[in-house]
Structure formats: structure tokens, C-alpha cells
Design a protein around this ligand. Structure first.
Ligand SMILES: [Zn+2]
Length: 770
């Protein structure tokens, strides 16, 4: 894989790399399609060897390959690709070099394709169908009729109310719907509270009880690493998940997080060994492997008012993100629990931005199953798979996004949306998710259609299909049909949870300490010149398709992404309007102003505690960090070094400055257990972590900018992060930064990154602090 690393560095050598990623990757797809279609033409003189068998070190063949690719690039077939690539890589020979190296790298990857495909397939398997309780498909109608009503077992209708003339027929009458709901509630509601029928889509706040399974290590400590912070990790995941669920008016709140192994009632949380813990979720579903600990524990955990989540196992060897029953049962908590792997929950796993919030995607997906949603895709047939759940507004698809021939382009278009439309703005992603209802325009790409001829292209970002996390981040959504069906099915299958969740959603019902999901606040909302999501000023009055609009407004028929406006370019504050003229915004009501849109009453998130501007920031134990969090009061150290620190320090010469381990239970917005310190803490030189003669090695040198590289590689500096290995010693070191003294060399050495110096880029050179 060394070659792939090298190629990736060269790809990124262009300063425009991320801006041009979409053009670059789609052009390369065209180039490789050309290679595939014409591969017979390569190396004809050297005996018709096929590309896939050719030895990359054979100079004759390499020459032939270069010639072949160059003639392709300069042919009319690839004129478009060459046009896109040339502004990035200057000349055709550079592009040929790049394509050749990329070809060999990808061939190496391809040789491991089965391994990679297995990993992906296993990553999120199909949910287990709920073991069918003995439940007839045919429900008898009233005694005095001969009507038989056929229903699917997983959407039971409410039947059997003697005084109801409309048995088994949904009624639009809300009083009747409420009466049915009330009659099935097993935990009496607070006096004076009457729930609404699901057809009115009431706000619901569902309590969740988490059971964090852990294991005992041989030395008496507990695993998995980080398990003591699990409840904070869960809160992070639920907060972001709630943004995605906001359009459904369904929210989750943390009723209980069971993570205390010393609580006498929680003996079931601790498994005797790491092996037994892994084994509980490996080879088969958790409830089959270790189901005996579920029923007693879920029964005592506020069932059926709450959803019970169990956290256990790690990927690999666990080969699933989690599972849920569709829908979660109300009569037996064993069939009503949800399981997620520790990898999904852990901020060192995929509950973080580095993995495009994959943990959040898993949570939302399984919650939707629990509330009755089937996958939007069918298995190998263009049928309407989720019609059985009552969802009629998702297009039929044939298999999930991952399985499609266009999956790669779908991934790239999601990445493009994230980079270009959301401008990689995490707060903006939450804001968009919290108001996106229905299939957004960006997810109606006719290139991505597994069932041509049937209504609509495939959704690549429905929360309940199998797709890439970047797609859910960029354009994840629920449809109106899904929202209505989740309310309806939950009211039918779990009326206790549904009614109580309505109570919890009222101001009186909200338990102390639980706050509703904050609206990510657009910066600088002012009246009347409301700012859009990208900081532009809305035009006071604007015209769209012959109608006048005022400020930030919802436009009927063009409101998939929420309210928007034409930006006022004359205000001079708009750098990036969408398509140059419009942007999403949050409406504000102005006293006497023309905007009639109601204020969504955003509750701005608390600003990080500012540091006093004139006094130096406190940098010791308990110091406030850049994100307004708190450094741990305890001493801390790096795993690899015995040196301990108090408060802010820079033991790894992080060029972004000092940082600290956070107080227990706190996590940075990126999900890390550490955070950078305030700028005032960066004035002093970081303490030395090693002696350049005595070690310990590898010993990072102090210099940040005054590095000189020997061997005259012009335009190069020591890379920020690299791996290095010493063949003669059989040693290798990963995660190295800057100029470092290795015991193998006894002097400074680093891998360099270079601008406009392909020859030196990615190679190791001697270095010293000037
Ligand atoms: Zn699923």
C-alpha cells in the first residue's frame, strides 16, 4: 500500500485539490473506463499481455502503458477529462505519470478486493427479522359480518373495541383515535393529560435507557477503553441524532445510562472477560448469544415507556453496527430492545466527525426500525419495499446504494455536496438536517436510478437505506410518508410509549435536567436584514417565478430545504450564495415588518466561556479550553511517555498549540477527550519531552519552523504526520510529526512534504533545527 500512499500525496499536491475533487475524481473515472475498454491495445508488441498481469517494473511494458494512456488522453474520447485535469496538474505528462501510478496502486487494492468487500458487506448487515410470534395473518372482523381484514403482522390494527363501529378502519376523527390510544396504555398517564392521535403528528420525546456492557481485565480494571465515558459519548450521539429526527417531531432523551459496575442491581453489565464480551456479539446476534441477560434487565428498565439500548461488542470481530426489531414489540421487552456495537458508540470508534458521524447514522437508523420503518430498498426487485410500513412516497429501488454500479459516483456526489453546498460546516449540517423534510433536490439525481421507468431515481440519503455516512451527513432525510407511518405504527404497536412520550414533550413533562435539542443558531440573526446560513443578507423584497417575497420565507413548492431568500448582493457580505443568488435562512419576525413568518424561537447554544481579553488565560489544571470545556484537574500523560502534565501542555509539539486532556465526561465537538487550550497558553515554549542524546526515542525536536532539510529538496518541509521504517533494523514508527531523532540514526530525520517537487515528496531526509 506504500505506492497508494505516495500517489495520494501527489494527488493532493495541488492547492486546489479539495475544491476540484469532484472534477478530478469523475475525470479519473472516465480515464479508467477508457483503459478498461481499450486494454487489449496495450503492449501488443510484447506479446498481448493483459494489463492485470503485467509487471510494473518491466520497463518495456511501462513504456507501452504510458504511450497508451497518453494517446487516450489526447484523443477526443477523453477531451473532457483532460480539460478538467489540466488546470490541476499543468501538463499531460504529469497526468500520465499520475494515472500510471494510480493504476498500479488500484490494482494492488483490487487484489485484496474480496477482503475489502467482505468487510463492507459485514459492516451493516440486514436486520434480523423479528422471530414471528404466533400471530395470524388474518384477523377476523366483527361477529355479525363476513368481512376478513388482511393485515401484515408488523402493522397490527387496533381492533376489538365493542363500541366502535369502525373496527379495523382508520378514522380521521381525532377524538376516536385518542380514545383508542388511551385504552391500551399500560402505565397510567398523569391526571389531566390527554394524548393526541398520531394523525395530528404530535411532538414526542421518547425516553431511552442505555445498558453499557463492559468486561473485566485480568488486572481487575475494566474494558473496553473509554467505557467510563460511555454516557457522555451517548449524549453526543443523541444530540446530533435529534437534529436528524427533528422534522419527524420525534426526539430522544436520556432517561437512564446504566454504566456503573458497582451498582448491585447492575451485575449483568459486567462480563467476565474481553473474549466473552466480544463473543456476545460475534457470529450471531447478541440476543441469540447472550440473550439471557436481556429479559431481566430490560424488564426493570421502564419498559414499555422507554426504548432499551444494549451496547456490546466491537467491529471486528462483531460484524454488525447494531440491530432493531421492526417494530419493537410492546408485549415483551426482549423483542423490543435495540443493540449497538461499542464501535458505533465510542468516540474512538465511529461516533465522531472523522467518520462522518457514522455512529449517529447507526442510532437514527435503528431507532427508525424500532418505530416501525422498513428499509426503503428491496432485495433484488424493484418493489416498493417499505409500502408494507405504509410509506408510499419513497421511490422503488433494487438493492441498496452500496450495491449499485453507480455507487462510486453517488459517494462522490455526496462528498461534493458536503464540500461545496454545506461547505463542510458541521453546525450547518445539523441545521439543515433539522428542517429537511422529503427528498431534497440534491437527492433526485437521475444518474442514480436502479429502477428506470418506475417513479423517481433512487434516494441515496434516506436514513433507512444502506448508504455512505457522507451522504446522510450531506443530504440525509425522512419523507412525510415515513414520518406519518412512524407515528401511526408506534401509536398502534406501543401506545404506552407513544402517549407518555407526548407527555414528556410538554413543558410540564420534561424531566429536570433534560433540555430540548438546541437549534443550531445562524450567526448574526438581525432584523430586518436577516443573515442566511452562509452569512449573506436577505433581500428585503424579491421576486421568484412572478411572485413577490419578503426577507427569509418558505416558498410553497420550493421549500424542501426550508425557508430561503434571494441574497442582497449590494450588502457586500455575501461570498458564497448558492448558485450565486440564493441561500437558506432562518426567518425572524420583525415588529411591523413585512415578514410574516413565525420565529422558530431558536435557543442559541451557550457561547464558550470567553477568556478575559487582557489577562492571560489560565493554563493550569482546570483551565478553560478553546471550546469552553475544562482541562482535567488531575495530572495527565501520553501513553508512550512517563512525563506527566498539569493543565495545558504540548508534549507532541502540536503546531496548533497547547492542549489538555478534558475533565472526566467532557468531549470536544469533534468527539475527542482532549481539546486545544486558549491562545494565551501558547506563549511559553513547550517543555522538552526527551534528551536528544539519551532519549527516550523517537525524540521530537523542539523546532517548529526553523527546520532545515539536508539534501537540497527545495520547497519541502517535514511532514506534519508520517510513518517511517528502518529496513536494516526492522523497526517502524507511525504517527510521527516534524523533525525527529530516532535511535536508529541518532540524528534528526523526517519524511518531507513538498510543493512542486515530486521527486522529493514523501521521502525521508535528514533534518535539524536551524
Ligand atoms: Zn436497517
Amino acid at each position: 500500500m506504500g505506492r497508494l500512499y505516495n500517489v495520494s500525496q501527489r494527488l493532493q499536491v495541488s492547492p486546489d485539490f479539495s475544491d476540484q475533487l469532484y472534477q478530478l475524481t469523475t475525470s479519473l473515472v472516465d480515464v479508467f473506463n477508457y483503459i478498461q475498454a481499450n486494454q487489449d491495445k496495450v503492449g501488443a508488441t510484447s506479446g498481448h499481455r493483459r494489463l492485470l498481469q503485467a509487471n510494473p517494473n518491466d520497463p518495456v511494458f511501462a513504456q507501452a502503458l504510458r504511450g497508451f494512456i497518453k494517446s487516450g488522453l489526447t484523443s477526443p474520447t477523453l477531451a473532457g477529462a483532460l480539460g478538467d485535469l489540466t488546470p490541476i496538474y499543468n501538463d499531460v505528462d504529469t497526468i500520465v505519470d499520475l494515472v500510471v501510478d494510480l493504476f498500479y496502486s488500484l490494482r494492488e487494492v483490487a487484489s485484496r478486493a474480496n477482503e475489502i468487500a467482505n468487510t463492507q458487506t459485514n459492516f451493516h448487515p440486514r436486520e434480523v427479522p423479528k422471530p414471528e410470534p404466533p400471530q395470524p395473518d388474518i384477523i377476523e372482523g366483527l361477529d355479525n359480518t363476513s368481512i376478513k381484514v388482511t393485515v401484515r403482522a408488523n402493522i397490527p390494527l387496533v381492533v376489538g373495541e365493542a363500541d366502535d363501529p369502525l373496527v379495523a378502519t382508520p378514522t380521521p376523527s381525532s377524538s376516536s383515535g385518542t380514545r383508542r390510544l388511551l385504552q391500551q396504555i399500560t402505565v397510567p398517564l398523569p391526571a389531566g393529560f390527554t394524548p393526541q392521535p398520531p394523525s395530528s403528528l404530535p411532538a414526542v420525546a421518547i425516553p431511552v435507557v442505555w445498558h453499557i456492557l463492559r468486561y473485566r481485565n485480568a488486572d481487575g480494571s475494566y474494558g473496553p477503553p473509554g467505557v467510563n465515558d460511555a454516557c457522555a459519548m451517548i449524549q453526543r450521539m443523541m444530540l446530533i441524532g435529534n437534529y436528524r429526527l427533528t422534522p419527524s417531531k420525534i426526539q430522544l432523551w436520556l432517561k437512564e445510562c446504566r454504566n456503573d459496575p458497582n451498582n448491585p442491581g447492575y451485575q449483568y453489565l459486567t462480563l467476565p472477560s474481553r473474549d466473552s464480551w466480544l463473543n456476545c456479539a460475534t457470529g450471531d446476534y447478541f440476543y441469540n448469544k447472550c440473550g439471557d441477560l436481556i429479559r431481566p434487565s430490560c424488564g426493570s428498565a421502564d419498559y414499555p415507556r422507554s426504548i432499551n439500548f444494549y451496547i456490546v461488542g466491537e467491529q471486528p470481530p462483531t460484524d454488525y453496527v447494531g440491530y432493531a426489531f421492526v417494530p419493537g414489540a410492546t408485549d415483551d421487552c426482549f423483542y423490543g430492545h435495540v443493540m449497538l456495537s461499542w464501535t458505533t458508540v465510542s468516540t474512538s470508534g465511529v461516533n465522531n466527525r472523522a467518520n462522518f458521524e457514522s455512529g449517529v447514522s447507526g442510532l437514527v437508523h435503528e431507532v427508525m426500525h424500532h418505530l416501525g420503518m422498513d428499509h426503503t430498498f428491496s432485495d433484488g426487485a424493484c418493489s416498493d419495499a417499505d409500502a408494507a410500513s405504509g410509506v408510499m412516497d419513497t421511490p422503488p429501488t433494487n438493492n441498496p446504494v452500496w450495491s449499485q454500479g453507480w455507487a462510486q459516483k453517488a459517494y462522490l456526489s455526496c462528498l461534493n455536496s458536503w464540500n461545496k453546498i454545506l461547505v463542510s460546516d458541521w453546525d450547518g449540517a445539523n441545521r439543515e438536517a433539522s428542517r429537511r423534510v422529503g427528498i431534497p433536490i440534491t437527492d433526485q439525481n437521475t444518474q442514480f436510478d436502479s429502477c428506470p421507468g418506475l417513479s423517481g431515481p433512487d434516494e441515496i440519503a434516506n436514513y433507512i437505506t444502506y448508504t455512505y455516512d457522507i451522504c446522510l451527513l450531506a443530504m440525509g432525510h425522512l419523507t412525510s410518508g415515513q414520518i406519518q407511518a412512524m407515528h401511526q405504527i408506534t401509536a398502534n404497536t406501543n401506545p404506552t410509549l407513544y402517549a407518555w412520550a407526548q407527555y414528556y414533550a410538554t413543558p410540564a413533562g420534561l424531566p429536570p435536567g433534560v433540555t430540548p435539542v438546541p437549534t443550531p443558531s445562524p450567526s448574526g440573526n438581525s432584523c430586518p436584514a436577516a443573515k442566511t446560513d452562509r452569512g449573506c443578507t436577505c433581500s428585503t423584497k424579491w421576486n421568484f417565478l412572478g411572485k413577490d417575497y419578503f426577507g427569509c420565507q418558505t416558498v410553497p413548492g420550493n421549500g424542501n430545504g426550508g425557508p430561503w431568500c434571494q441574497v442582497d448582493k449590494a450588502a457586500g457580505d455575501c461570498v458564497r450564495a448558492r448558485n450565486g443568488w440564493w441561500d437558506y435562512c432562518t426567518p425572524v419576525s420583525c415588529p411591523g415588518g413585512p415578514s410574516s413568518a413565525p420565529s422558530p424561537s431558536p435557543s442559541p447554544k451557550p457561547a464558550p466561556t470567553p477568556s478575559p481579553s487582557n489577562a492571560p488565560a489560565s493554563c493550569g489544571a482546570g483551565a478553560v479550553t478553546k471550546n469552553g470545556l475544562t482541562c482535567t484537574a488531575a495530572d495527565w500523560k501520553l501513553k508512550s511517555s512517563p512525563t506527566t502534565y498539569k493543565g495545558c501542555a504540548n508534549p507532541n509539539n502540536d503546531p496548533k498549540g497547547t492542549w489538555c486532556v478534558l475533565a472526566k465526561g467532557q468531549l470536544s465537538p469533534a468527539g475527542a477527550a482532549w481539546d486545544y487550550c486558549q491562545d494565551g497558553c501558547n506563549t511559553a515554549a513547550p517543555p522538552s519531552t526527551c534528551d536528544t542524546v539519551k532519549g527516550p526515542f523517537p525524540c521530537k525536536q523542539e523546532c517548529q519552523r526553523g527546520i532545515s532539510i539536508s539534501g537540497q529538496p527545495a520547497g519541502c518541509v517535514c511532514a506534519d504526520l508520517y510513518s517511517i521504517s528502518f529496513d536494516g533494523y526492522g523497526t517502524s514508527y507511525s504517527n510521527q510529526r516534524g523533525c525527529t531523532i530516532f535511535s536508529e540514526t541518532g540524528s534528526g530525520m523526517c519524511v518531507v512534504q513538498c510543493t512542486n517537487n515530486k521527486r522529493a515528496n514523501g521521502k525521508a531526509y535528514a533534518c535539524s533545527c536551524a
